[in-house]
Design a binder for this molecule. Structure first.
Ligand code: SF4
Ligand SMILES: [Zn+2]
Length: 328
């Protein structure tokens, strides 16, 4: 781990989100903690979040971080407290500190944080205030993908148990769906993401489709460097999000990290900007029409790669191999 100041949050910023169907300002803080317990046991194949974590962060350091977050707070209706792990893990955020964080934003309509399902326990549920909301990183509704591709360390049953418990307690659930885990072809990834959105919808107030971006020091980065992985095409995300039509009560959205760059979801320089702008509008308006009618020369390349990968039964970055071998 890099040397970092344990009393300073990783970052704090503001953005828009949706609370009870209304667009609202949100304060977002990434708190520095000792990081995800699962990451120390191998972690998920695409996860490099823990580079910002540090050992030895406890109540004292988190209290100073809380002051820094409060200094930026201007009464936003939504507050998001992320930890690059689980806010509900008592080893990351001691329970007393967790209560202080939540109490500090009593005035907000909603405080959203992330947790792995194993920390959603009856005791914790009883203690959480009514303005809490929990984001669960399900990633895939396929236990095979969770085990063999993501190395998630929990199963769909664990997700369902936690999501049902949160629903029974009346707390909204946001579910994260991963678009294109490693070892899946582009077309299999589209189908996996669609199946996962459908699976998660009955448990979720909102579903965020997260196209994989290649983070440093991860298993996926190793695959990507040698041409065995390509981040998803933007066209693929535009195949998944129209599911909104069949899911009127769920907010379906995507805020891809690193989009348009080689490590992130991308098509080609001619079309990515326009598509990302349409996506940003869709995220709030939920009008599927915004995602339709787009075209670019690269769309035909994407379509033929879907077929080629299927025929070749491979998930490697076929185009990159062809470029290297044939100097295309
Ligand atoms: S993706 Fe989440 S659960 Fe997986 S290692 Fe990273 S922080 Fe932990
Ligand atoms: Zn293009």
């Amino acid at each position: 781990m890099r040397s970092v100041d344990p009393t300073v949050p990783v970052t704090v910023w503001k953005e828009d989100d949706v609370v009870d169907g209304r667009r609202e300002r949100a304060l977002v803080a990434i708190l520095r903690t000792r990081g995800c317990h699962w990451w120390r046991r191998g972690g998920c194949s695409m996860c490099g979040y823990n580079v910002e974590s540090a050992e030895g962060i406890g109540t004292e350091e988190l209290s100073i971080q809380l002051k820094a977050v409060l200094a930026r707070y201007e009464g936003e209706r939504m507050v998001k407290l992320y930890t690059s792990g689980s806010f509900l893990d008592p080893d990351e955020v001691p329970p007393e500190m967790r209560k202080r964080f939540l109490r500090s934003f009593d005035g907000a309509k909603r405080v959203l944080f992330e947790s792995r399902p194993e920390f959603v326990t009856p005791d914790v549920l009883e203690e959480l205030p009514d303005h809490a909301a929990v984001a669960l990183g399900l990633e895939s509704a396929s236990d095979t993908v969770l085990r063999c591709s993501v190395n998630k360390g929990f199963s769909t049953r664990d997700y369902v148990r936690a999501a049902e418990a949160l629903q029974a307690r009346g707390l909204p659930v946001r579910t994260y769906v991963l678009l294109k885990p490693p070892f899946l072809t582009e077309s299999a990834a589209i189908e996996d993401a669609k199946a996962t959105v459908r699976f998660a919808a009955p448990f979720s107030e909102s579903v965020s489709v997260n196209p994989l971006n290649v983070q440093k020091g991860t298993v996926v980065e190793g695959l990507w460097r040698r041409g065995d992985y390509r981040p998803p095409w933007t066209w693929s995300l535009f195949e998944v999000l129209p599911l909104k039509r069949e899911l009127p009560t769920v907010r379906l959205f995507s805020s891809p990290s690193g989009a348009g760059a080689q490590r992130g979801m991308h098509n080609c320089p001619s079309c990515d900007k326009g598509l990302l702008s349409a996506l940003e509008t869709f995220n709030f308006e939920q009008d599927v029409g915004l995602l339709e009618g787009h075209d670019c020369a690269c769309r035909r390349e994407w379509a033929s790669l879907l077929t080629a990968e299927r025929a070749m039964r491979t998930s490697v970055d076929v185009r990159r191999y062809l470029e290297d071998e044939l100097a295309l």
